[in-house]
Design a protein. Structure first.
Length: 255
């Protein structure tokens, strides 16, 4: 006794197996993924991972100025750097600079964002003034603050002279030089931090704060228990971006 497929008995050809259908759907999913994510992945590989690998390769070379070619030295550059007696001091200064610029920038930026989020007069021009330093070029920022900190004719020297105090050695003393660079970095990037925090504050649901206020919570409690937790994704994003900016600035200042 022979058996036939139900679809054949009804006069219809049999459909494709379930495994074939799943394979087709999986292929379509992967194709859609490549169409959507492929360009971004290509840009990420070309402009992030490729330069990163090339930087590591160049760090294994010794290429003196004027030399016709580089000499491969393996990991000797790393061993020399970690074995240098000045390395702990350099790391300590870098940590101080990073903690001051990242932590101070987040605190000052959040304070400015809270202030600019209120309904005050000239709020629009104030926001523009706060963000303006961030869009200035590095050359303009350098020339501006050279005039401010110049020990002979700078603004700080003139103000200290009015009260009978000498100007610090901003350029020659390591401690004052570090303080000067931290001040400049905070001044330049605090507008960016305030702008991102301001966008985060405006996305906080007002009904939550109104409900907390009706329950008797003080403004400080509302800010600490509602606003700050809701701003945690913004804080994380700013921590990463300001950390990268701080590392870039510290590298440039050492060079």
């Amino acid at each position: 006794m022979t058996s036939t497929h139900p679809a054949l008995e009804a006069g219809n050809p049999p459909g494709p197996p379930h495994r074939t259908i799943r394979n087709v759907r999986k292929a379509r999913t992967w194709l859609l993924f490549l169409l959507l994510a492929g360009p971004n992945l290509a840009l990420l590989i070309a402009f992030t991972y490729k330069p990163l690998l090339e930087s590591f390769y160049y760090s294994t070379l010794q290429w003196n100025i004027g030399s016709a070619r580089a000499i491969p030295v393996g990991l000797r550059n790393y061993t020399d750097w970690f074995g240098n007696a000045e390395t702990p001091r350099v790391l300590g200064i870098t940590l101080v600079f990073t903690a001051a610029t990242v932590g101070g920038g987040l605190i000052l930026g959040l304070a400015l964002a809270v202030l600019l989020n209120r309904k005050i007069r000239l709020r629009g021009p104030a926001r523009t003034i706060v963000v303006a330093p961030y869009v200035l070029s590095g050359v303009a920022v350098g020339l501006l603050w050279l005039f401010v900190f110049d020990p002979n004719f700078g603004i700080v020297a003139a103000l200290l002279k009015l009260i009978g105090l000498p100007s610090p050695a901003w350029y020659n003393d390591p401690g004052w030089a570090l303080a000067m660079v931290i001040i400049v970095q905070l001044w330049k990037n605090v507008g960016y931090t305030a702008l991102i925090y301001l966008a985060g504050l405006q996305a906080v649901p007002t009904d939550l704060m109104e409900a907390a206020a009706l329950d008797g919570a003080s403004p400080a409690a509302v800010f600490r228990r509602i606003t700050l937790p809701l701003l945690s994704p913004t804080t994380f994003f700013l921590s990463i971006t300001t950390l990268l900016s701080s590392r870039r600035a510290s590298t440039s200042s050492r060079q």
